[in-house]
Design a protein around this ligand. Structure first.
Ligand code: NAP
Length: 286
């Protein structure tokens, strides 16, 4: 597959066998991007399910985009970790492999080891790309500073790299800063945790979202996904509920229904001084 599908199926917290039915449902309703990672503990089961789907002729390998990620526990052995992911997923290549986190695990945030291993891993991933094991490479949860180092201090640079970041109406400025700073390098942005780990679904849902959802006759979740798509991001969502799977995939058509004023209204749900980051925070990693 040439281009990353704009709405992908996330598999975080769907460990082992529990990933199989939601993933089968997701592929059945049209998802073509599967996002997994070494630390999600489900690559083997995803590989098994995909093999079944190939055998049933539901899909072929080239119909789908598979993303996996180098675990922070494997930063010292990136090539071995990649080969393990390929074997577990029963594939000769990955569409995308990301450095999951800018640090090696169980090491203080200010250790010089993080930078050394990040740069080494980036070169190893790019070599694997040259060898055909990877179609695309990228990073996740990196700060602009971490990305600048890859650009300025590695053989391969960052042209065409993918970046996966937490992004939702309560926390988006760091992601948008990366998108703008490295625009000239043609980087591809994908957002995760669009529902802010469920906060979007709690009470009260921000008024701006309710109003737009009511005007466009869609759900608040679709509005948020469409907001990110409108900004030029791809998105990941996880659901075990078949009707949510269909609804989320429908966000693509909603993006065209939003006005610039409505987009600006969603941006103001968070204030610059009061953003709410839900997932792990790389800003303390040197
Ligand atoms: N790179 C990273 O460090 C990183 C970190 C976190 C996540 N990710 C990736 O991003 C993916 C998505 O993030 P996430 O799994 O944390 O959370 P998420 O997709 O933001 O939220 C998932 C939750 O939202 C619910 N949900 C989904 N669609 C809904 C809908 N239309 N209406 C109501 N509820 C809905 C799901 O429940 P139901 O099952 O009931 O629908 C689930 O509880 C992950 O699975 C993973 O692949 C990457």
């Amino acid at each position: 597959m040439e281009k990353i599908p704009e709405i992908g199926f996330g598999t975080f917290r769907l460990k082992r066998e529990s990933v199989k039915q939601p993933l089968r449902d997701a592929i059945g309703v049209g998802y073509r991007h599967i996002d997994t990672a070494g630390i999600y503990q489900n690559e083997t089961e995803i590989g098994q399910l995909l093999k079944e789907l190939y055998t049933e002729k539901t899909i072929t390998r080239s119909d789908i985009w598979i993303t996996s990620k180098l675990s922070p526990y494997d930063m010292e052995t990136p090539r071995a970790a990649l080969l393990k992911s390929l074997s577990s997923l029963q594939t000769d290549y990955l569409d995308l492999y990301l450095i999951h986190w800018p640090a090696v695990s169980r090491t203080p945030g200010n250790s010089p080891l993080h930078k050394k291993l990040r740069l080494e891993a980036w070169n190893v991933l790019n070599e694997a790309k040259q060898q055909g094991l990877l179609r695309n490479v990228g990073v996740s949860n990196f700060t602009p500073h971490h990305i600048q180092e890859l650009r300025d201090e590695t053989t391969y640079g960052i042209d065409g790299m993918h970046v996966q970041m937490e992004i939702h109406p309560w926390y988006w400025r760091d992601g948008f800063a990366i998108q703008n700073m490295f625009r000239e390098h043609g980087i591809v942005m994908t957002g995760y945790a669009l529902l802010a780990e469920g906060k979007l679904l709690g009470e009260p849902c921000p008024e701006a979202l309710i109003e737009i959802a009511s005007r466009t006759e869609v759900t608040s979740v679709q509005v948020v996904l469409a907001w990110a798509l409108f900004k030029g991001w791809n998105v990941l969502v996880k659901s075990e509920n078949p009707s949510h799977l269909v609804q989320n995939l429908g966000a693509g058509r909603v993006a065209a229904m939003l006005t610039p004023e409505e987009i600006a209204g969603i941006d103001t749900i968070s204030q610059k001084v009061k953003e709410l980051k839900e997932c792990w925070d790389p800003r303390a990693v040197t």
